[in-house]
Design a protein around this ligand. Structure first.
Ligand code: BG6
Length: 507
């Protein structure tokens, strides 16, 4: 009898979680994600002693590297981390292997199978395998098919596949990809990754809402007047023009990361903390969400693209001047939009989403604004009393703050807003793990809670379908407004809120 990968449905998630012996196979092992995120996350897990001793990583890509060349590349990628702990690196590196594989070639897949059997014998990894598809999205479907055809997915208790984003380009392609991948194995074997769900602070939305009693009674349309969800970045497109030109901010950030934050903020309380209960509630709330104006989406969405900016000492190119970008590109690097959720909890409460590159500040947060007091008894020091706000700071300065009015010092009775602040850093002292550390461990544990189920991913695409179609069929109806690099985006996005008498938060 050999131990199989743990069945997530039978795991009490509160028990200590131990990763079974296994081989993690990374397709796209010569790529950026492997160097920047995956191998550093695995090395971190190793240093935290969370990997079993019967463990191996098999890197696969088209390049004809040897095991030693792969180890050397990964050593370079880890840089100072190796110098910090050379002994740990030597032990970890002994479990790294490489096989040149093109999943489109039958012969390569046969060779891959043999190599996996050999690694099983060498490292006692017991036929347990997690396949990570860090390849071009065009190959997700065919990659799964190749693995299934070689029999590598035939035992659901021993094999699973992790699929990177973007999962599809629109509703139809996501549904088709779901059809293909679920035809290759069971849904429980498919782990659609969204690295935002690996962030402690994103998971904290659930804990804050459902481990406290004070929030639930006011977490609804009776008390909350609007919600803002922001993911602002200061970086530009970097070296990724090839990918980004075909994606843009809507597909790159909104359909996945922002939508996940929306789902966790707005979902109903699950009956239990188990993967399906959580994912049922997320899927349900996304199915109830819609653009504020589905018939004429240009009324509820603004697109932008960064132009040159920065300072004289640190000038920044505009998006169209970035290497690899079409000088006439109309790809959006900024999106803002207004949504509604048609259910009992949220009917009529606007949810505003925005994301952009080269914004004034790096900032991801969820802001819940509460209704104003029905009668203003006191003058406000700043002119108008501010509404209460609960701000969930996803990054940086991870934490939460609550803004409320207090008496301004002095003889009068004027009110003034103050902030009550919780900081992860101050309370817990140690930095939280990178999202990939958590998610890689969860995938290898077989815990799908923080991965997106097929119905969720389809609901997320369906939500944005009117926009996707508009951009493809009549883009002039949704112009791309330029904004200066390192500002808060185009003025049109301010007007979107101004029409509702609101302002974006600019901390
Ligand atoms: C990725 C996007 O998924 O998320 C990038 O493709 C973006 O464009 C990144 O920069 C942001 O992630 P984080 O963790 O840095 O906020």
């Amino acid at each position: 009898m050999t131990a199989s990968l743990t069945n997530p449905l039978r795991v009490g998630l509160r028990q200590e979680r131990v990763i079974s012996p296994q081989c993690l196979v990374i397709f796209g092992a010569s790529g950026d994600l492997t160097h920047r995120k995956l191998v550093p996350a695995l090395f971190e897990l190793f240093r935290q002693r969370r990997l079993p001793s019967e463990f191996a990583v098999l890197g696969c890509a088209r390049r004809p590297w040897s095991d030693d060349e792969f180890r050397q590349k990964m050593e370079e990628a880890l840089g100072p981390l190796v110098q910090e702990d050379p002994q740990a690196w030597r032990t970890f590196a002994a479990g790294l292997f490489y096989e040149p594989v093109d999943l489109q070639k039958d012969g390569d897949v046969v060779r891959l199978s043999k190599r996996l059997d050999q690694i099983d014998r060498q490292r006692a990894t017991r036929n347990n395998r997690t396949f990570y598809l860090s390849v071009s999205p065009a190959f997700y479907g065919s990659g799964c098919r190749a693995l299934a055809a070689a029999g590598l997915l035939s035992d659901p208790s021993r094999s699973r596949v992790v699929i990177e984003k973007p999962f599809g380009r629109d509703f139809a392609s996501a549904r088709e990809l779901n059809r293909v991948v679920t035809g290759c194995g069971q849904e429980s074997q498919i782990f659609r990754i969204d690295h935002y769900l690996g962030k402690e602070t994103v998971q904290n939305i659930l804990v804050l809402r459902f481990a406290n009693t004070i929030f639930e009674p006011i977490w609804n349309r009776n008390y909350i007047s609007s919600v803002q969800i922001t993911a602002a970045e200061t970086v530009g497109v970097e070296e990724r023009a090839g990918y980004y030109e075909t994606s843009g901010a809507l597909r790159d950030m909104v359909q996945n990361h922002l939508t996940q934050m929306l789902a966790l903020t707005a979902m109903e309380a699950p009956g239990r903390y188990d993967p399906e209960s959580i994912r049922n509630e997320k899927a349900k709330v996304l199915q109830a969400a819609r653009l504020a104006d589905e018939q004429e989406p240009w009324h509820c969405c603004v697109r932008g693209q960064y132009g040159p900016g920065g300072s004289s000492s640190n000038p920044m190119p505009g998006y169209r001047q970035e290497p690899g970008v079409d000088p006439n590109s109309t790809t959006e690097t900024y999106v803002a939009m207004k949504l509604f959720i048609d259910n009992w909890r949220w009917q009529g409460v606007p949810f505003y989403l925005r994301t952009g590159k080269r914004m004034a500040k790096r900032l991801s947060e969820v802001v819940l604004t509460f209704r104003e007091a029905p009668v203003h008894l006191f003058d406000a020091a700043g002119g108008t009393p501010t509404a209460n706000q609960l701000i969930l700071r996803i990054q940086p300065d991870e934490g939460a703050e609550f803004r409320f009015e207090v008496k301004a010092p002095g003889s009068g009775m004027r009110s003034r807003p103050v902030d009550m602040n919780f900081s992860y850093d101050e309370s817990f002292g140690e930095p939280s793990d990178e999202g990939y550390v958590r998610l890689l461990a969860d995938a290898m544990l077989g815990d799908p809670t923080l991965f997106t189920r097929s119905d969720e991913v389809e609901a997320a695409w369906r939500l944005y379908t009117p926009l996707v179609e508009l951009i493809e069929q009549s883009p002039w109806q949704l112009p791309v407004y330029p904004y200066e690099a390192r500002t808060w985006g185009p003025a049109a996005a301010d007007s979107l809120l101004a029409r509702d008498g609101l302002l974006w938060r600019r901390p």
